[in-house]
Design a protein around this ligand. Structure first.
Ligand code: D41
Length: 791
């Protein structure tokens, strides 16, 4: 037990160590210790502070989790007003700015090619967030405030304390005794995506863009909410200070960085306006790749003496200007909604817009994703909507301007019949599980039931079937697929293999050579691997990775075709929904007949045998669990398995036997009895057991996977970029330790390694509470396990 004295010393050491690691991590971007080590220091500090509450101080790193909620924000008067920034939207406006600067400084003139006497400018990206002021007194964060109207803002001290890259104490020495810094609080793109995914999952409101998300997160009266939001600070200037600072803007920012404050990694100096333009263009080309949203760049006269000489006009400094990028969001009118039919028959609502220029491109269509999205946006035909176009992605509708809804606005309805083939449109069912029971609920996706009778689905199915990663029929592009279908030559993928040279030759645009090439390419695709073939079938939710897994695990198409959905879920990475889709696909008579025709015309290369990795992994408890007996969860299933040892014994068990199962409650016991009293259920259970046997997936009392390797039986997911090694290497190293590396996150996932740029998988892992590791933590663990397994 440390004495109060030594506890105080240790607390102080821990705090400065942690602050120092934060600085290396957030400001220098050079993590100095593995995250696991950081966590240990942090936990030790927390424990010590819990023992000695009198030693807790607001600048302790443990205080970032957010304290008590406020009733309202206080007001803060900025002693030095927070100025606004003038804007330039065109090159000429920037040249005019530079001319005014030089005139103001009495420098001889020049032009774009002859700079005259060029001015040094600092260049920074213009972050799209919220301007704030942070006050450090004696190096300790004393107050945080929003910019407000520039004169008065709101006191958000409790909230800014929760932001990880804001130092609670300044590092190093030489900082002014009083130092007010100014910067932008923003939400990085990845954090924004993850937050929205989380909000959606939790039924909360989503944010239209990272800026709104940052504003909404900062304006929380409860700092614990802010603490859970991925906000960051970037400092771009200094307000009030008492002490010494360097004499140029860039040098000031570097000094701030040395004191632990985060500044832009893109900060540069430019000599003359021509170099400013180079900077603008360079950042413009990298805009999409930056991890945060920017809406332009900011140029500032670098010499502070020149800044003072230039002064301000109204509330704008004469020495700074924002050169904006073209806006990515514009307003326009929603003229109508059409429905596109995809490969699986899913109807996608597509917005028809009054054409509008967005970032230099005319936008007339935008995706609305699905009917849930339509409902979430609350969008009606006739509405004024906010459209966004970024990079190459399909334009999106972000929201509706409610005040501008015209009187005649019409709701968006899903059509009752397919707009392409006239078949019925059905709402998809989602599998859900609650209280151990599997139920179907209404999904957001509507599908045309026409399958390959629907031309839209047929064309998409064939485009997918012939694609490079599927059957890889070279030269069979979308346009030719269209021609083949329209000419009535192809009404299923199987028909491709009956095409003749003469039929192709007769199509518009074909000659002897091209027709011959196409026939040869089709010919060359007649011996696909099982994995390619499964992928080519285009089963909903079965991507390339899942197809490979199914091929490897089951070894034959025949086995896949008859596999019960429960049996499929024994495979890693195959969840109940995917299993359901596979089963549905092969239950469809038309699909079966197309496959039969295909099998007569091509030769699928099958392994035949079941892969040993996937055999003998089932346990009796797993099997019982998969029966989804109401009120019997995984632990209940385990207890039944332990007590009875075989499925037959459980089916035959009477009430007394069941009541004797330790710690199985009465309701569960009752439910088991009722379940097996239904002969269909009993038959289904026996069928499942028989199929597992047939497939060689015998259960054992203990999971065989518990043997040997440190990660046996674990399922890992890698997402985002890894900086220290290619992803394939990481995968190989995990596999060498016995883990499986899966392509998607599920409740079965052991851990997710998330690098920069991680998006939906990270969000899913967070929502499922799956263990998350960053690269540093991952590397540390890998090293531990690898050395353990060498011993
Ligand atoms: O990144 C920004 N959003 C940014 C904003 C920046 N890099 N520099 C800025 N510099 C200033 C002056 C020149 C007035 C110190 C700013 C802003 N102002 C600003 N942000 C919001 C209002 C003004």
């Amino acid at each position: 037990m440390p004495s109060a004295q030594s506890a105080a010393e240790r607390i102080s050491t821990l705090r400065s160590e942690i602050e120092n690691h934060n600085y290396r991590y957030y400001v220098l971007d050079e993590p100095s210790i593995p995250d696991a080590e950081y966590d240990r220091l942090f936990q030790e500090l927390k424990a010590l502070e819990a023992e000695h509450p009198e030693l807790v101080s607001p600048d302790s790193p443990t205080q970032r989790v957010g304290g008590a909620a406020l009733a309202a924000f206080g007001q803060v008067r900025h002693e030095l007003p927070m100025l606004s920034l003038g804007n330039a939207f065109e090159e000429q406006q920037l040249l005019d700015f530079d001319r005014r600067v030089r005139e103001g400084l009495d420098l001889p003139g020049g032009d774009l090619f002859d700079a005259g006497i060029a001015v040094d400018y600092s260049c920074e990206p213009k972050l799209d967030g919220l301007a704030v002021s942070l006050l450090y007194e004696e190096g300790v964060l004393a107050r945080g405030a929003t910019r407000g109207d520039g004169t008065t803002g709101e006191d958000i001290t409790a909230n800014v304390r929760t932001i990880r890259n804001i130092p609670l104490k300044l590092q190093g020495k030489g900082w002014p005794r009083v130092l007010e810094v100014r910067g932008e609080i923003y939400m990085p793109k990845a954090g924004f995506e993850a937050l929205n995914a989380r909000q959606l999952e939790a039924g909360g409101k989503t944010f239209a863009n990272p800026r709104n998300a940052a504003a909404g997160s900062l304006r929380q009266l409860d700092p614990r909410i802010t603490a859970a939001r991925p906000l960051e600070l970037c400092v771009y200037g200094v307000g009030r200070f008492e002490g010494e600072l360097p004499e140029t803007h860039v040098a000031v920012l570097h000094a701030l960085k040395s004191w632990g404050l985060p500044i832009s990694r893109e900060l540069r100096t430019a000599t003359g306006v021509a170099e400013c333009l180079d900077y603008y263009r360079d950042i413009g080309t990298r805009r999409d790749a930056l991890p945060y949203e920017i809406d332009g760049v900011v140029f500032k006269v670098d010499a502070l003496a020149s800044q003072r000489a230039l002064g301000f006009r109204a509330r704008e400094p004469r020495w700074a200007i924002a050169f904006k990028f073209p806006a990515r969001e514009e307003l326009t009118e929603l003229l109508g909604v059409e429905f596109q039919v995809g490969r699986t028959g899913a109807l996608t609502p597509v917005a028809r817009l009054k054409p509008v220029q967005v970032a230099g491109v005319t936008v007339a269509n935008a995706t609305l994703h699905n009917m849930d999205e339509v409902a979430r946006l609350g969008v009606m035909i006739g509405d004024t909507v906010i459209v966004r176009r970024a990079g190459d992605v399909i334009p999106q509708i972000l929201g509706v301007v409610a005040e501008r809804r015209p009187p005649g606005a019409q709701p968006v309805h899903i059509p009752e019949t397919c707009p392409v083939c006239g078949s019925r449109v059905e709402r998809t069912q989602l599998l859900r599980r609650s209280k151990g029971r599997q139920t179907l609920s209404e999904g957001a996706i509507y599908r045309c039931v026409g399958r390959l009778f629907c031309r839209a689905q047929l064309k998409q199915a064939i485009i997918h079937f012939v694609s490079r990663r599927a059957m890889d029929i070279e030269g069979l592009g979308d346009k030719i697929v269209d021609q083949l279908v329209e000419a009535g030559l192809v009404s299923s993928p199987a028909d491709l293999y009956c095409l003749t040279f003469e039929q192709v030759r007769a199509l518009e645009g074909f000659g002897d050579v091209s027709a011959g090439n196409l026939i040869a390419a089709i010919e060359a695709s007649r011996r696909p691997s099982l994995a390619r073939f499964i992928y080519a079938l285009g089963i909903p939710d079965v991507g390339e990775e899942t197809a490979k897994l199914l091929a490897k695990a089951l070894g034959s198409l025949a086995r896949l075709q008859v596999a019960l959905p429960e049996v499929l879920t024994y495979l890693p990475d195959v969840g109940a929904e995917v299993a359901h889709e596979i089963h549905e696909f092969f239950s469809d008579a038309h699909n079966r007949s197309v496959i039969e025709q295909l099998q007569a015309r091509i030769l699928i290369e099958e392994e035949g045998a079941l892969h040993p990795d996937y055999a003998a992994i089932a346990t009796l408890a797993d099997l019982i669990d998969k029966l989804h007996i109401p009120y019997v969860a995984r632990t209940g299933a385990q207890r039944l398995a332990d007590r009875f040892g075989s499925l037959a014994a459980i089916i035959d068990a009477d009430w007394l036997d069941l009541r004797q199962v330790e710690r199985l409650n009465e309701r569960a016991a009752q439910s088991v009895r009722e379940f097996f009293a239904d002969s269909q259920n009993a038959a289904r259970a026996r069928e499942l057991e028989a199929q597992l046997h047939e497939f060689g997936m015998h259960w054992q009392s203990e999971r065989r996977v518990a043997q040997g390797l440190p990660l046996s039986g674990q399922s890992w997911v890698l997402t985002g970029t890894l900086e220290s090694m290619p992803r394939d290497d990481a995968k190989a190293r995990l596999e060498a330790l016995g883990a499986k590396v899966a392509g998607s996150v599920s409740a079965k996932t052991t851990a997710v390694v998330a690098g920069p740029g991680a998006g939906s998988k990270l969000a899913k892992a967070q929502s499922l509470g799956v263990q998350l590791l960053d690269e540093a933590q991952f590397l540390a663990r890998l090293a531990e396990w690898e050395s353990a397994s060498r011993e």
